[in-house]
Design a protein around this ligand. Structure first.
Ligand SMILES: [Fe+2]
Ligand SMILES: [Fe+2]
Length: 252
C-alpha cells in the first residue's frame, strides 16, 4: 500500500457517525481527537431557514468591512462574503464552544486575496480542471493573509489574533483537513453559501454549469465534505428549497 501524498483523513465530513482516520499534521490530529465523530454534532441550536432571514447582524464588524471594500469587488466577494458571514454566525450559535470572533473575522476576510491576484486567471485556472490544486488558489490564500495583516492591527486586533486568522485563511481551499473547530466552521460557512439561490446563480456561472448540473454536484460532492452536522442540515434544507424553486428536476 502506497503512502498518499496528502492526509486522507477527511476533507470534511464522511458518512454520518463515522470516526475520523489518523491524520498527519499535529493540529489536524488534535482536532480529530477532540471531535472524532463526523459530521461533528451540534451542541447549540441549528437554524435551517433561508439565510436571508438571519443576516450577519453584528455591527462591530462594519469597520472591517469598510477596510476591505476594494477587496470585495472581485469575484463576487461582495455577495459571497456577507452570505458566508451570515452562515458563520449561525454555525457559531450551533457550536458555542468555538471562538466566534475568530470564525467571523476569518470568514469575512478569507477570500479577500482574490483582489490581489491576476484577475484574468481566476476563472480560467481557479474554477477549471483540478481547481483545488491550481496555483492561483494558493496565491489567493497567501494574499488573503496579507490583507488580514494589513487591516486588522489598525482595528485593534492583537498580533496573536491576526496570526490565528491567517492560520485559517492559509489553506482554506487547498489544505485537505481542518486544524481546529474554528477552521472547520469557516470552511463550512464558505461552502454553505453555494446552496443559497444567490450562491447557485453566481457559482454555477463560474464553473460553467447549468443550475441542474451544479446542484447535482453540490449534493454529490459538497454535502459529503461538510464537517459539521449543523452545516449538513443547513445545506440539505437549502438545496431542497433551491432545486424546487429553480425547477432543476425539469429544466435539465
Ligand atoms: Fe477561497
Ligand atoms: Fe470562499
Amino acid at each position: 500500500m502506497t503512502t498518499p501524498k496528502t492526509p486522507v483523513a477527511d476533507a470534511g465530513g464522511g458518512a454520518s457517525g463515522t470516526t475520523v482516520a489518523a491524520v498527519a499534521h499535529p493540529a489536524a490530529e488534535a482536532f480529530a481527537a477532540a471531535y472524532p465523530v463526523r459530521p461533528v454534532p451540534a451542541t447549540g441550536p441549528v437554524e435551517t431557514s433561508p439565510i436571508a432571514t438571519t443576516p450577519a447582524a453584528l455591527e462591530e464588524l462594519d469597520p472591517l468591512w469598510r477596510a476591505v471594500v476594494h477587496e470585495t469587488r472581485t469575484r463576487g466577494n461582495d455577495i459571497h462574503l456577507p452570505i458566508s458571514l451570515a452562515f458563520a454566525e449561525r454555525l457559531c450559535r450551533a457550536y458555542p464552544d468555538a471562538d466566534a470572533e475568530l470564525v467571523r473575522v476569518a470568514t469575512l476576510l478569507h477570500d479577500t486575496g482574490w483582489a490581489h491576484v491576476d484577475e484574468s486567471r481566476i476563472i480560467s485556472e481557479g474554477f477549471a480542471g483540478d481547481w483545488r490544486k491550481a496555483a492561483i488558489r494558493y496565491e489567493h490564500e497567501k494574499q488573503g493573509c496579507e490583507v488580514a495583516r494589513r487591516v486588522l492591527p489598525g482595528l485593534g486586533y492583537s498580533p496573536e489574533f491576526v496570526e490565528r486568522v491567517c492560520d485559517i485563511i492559509d489553506g482554506h481551499d487547498t489544505r485537505p483537513v481542518a486544524h481546529s473547530l474554528e477552521d472547520a466552521l469557516m470552511r463550512d460557512a464558505d461552502r454553505l453559501w453555494r446552496f443559497d439561490q444567490a450562491g447557485i446563480a453566481l457559482a454555477s456561472s463560474w464553473f460553467g454549469m447549468d443550475p441542474a448540473t451544479y446542484t447535482d454536484r453540490l449534493a454529490a460532492e459538497i454535502v459529503p465534505e461538510l464537517i459539521t452536522q449543523a452545516a449538513h442540515d443547513m445545506a440539505v434544507a437549502d438545496l431542497a428549497r433551491s432545486t424546487a424553486l429553480l425547477k432543476t428536476a425539469v429544466i435539465r
